[in-house]
Design a protein around this ligand. Structure first.
Ligand SMILES: [Zn+2]
Length: 65
């Protein structure tokens, strides 16, 4: 996701990214990196939700087969 003019250092555009330590924003112009603490929680909650949905679908398929 691209966030326009969000960089506190140069007012450049920032893109969201993630690694094993969590999600972060990175400035495309100056390379400044900022952690996203709140988004991290939302992301993991969404991950659990999608996993749950998938396993429910797999159970359904198993029943049919
Ligand atoms: Zn910047």
């Amino acid at each position: 996701m691209l966030i326009y003019k969000a960089c506190p250092r140069c007012s450049g555009d920032m893109t969201t990214n993630g690694d094993i330590y969590g999600d972060y924003k990175e400035c495309l112009q100056c390379g400044l990196m900022q952690d996203i603490e709140k988004k991290r929680y939302t992301f993991s909650a969404e991950l659990v939700r999608s996993r749950r949905k998938r396993s429910a679908r797999e159970a359904k398929v198993a029943k049919v087969a």
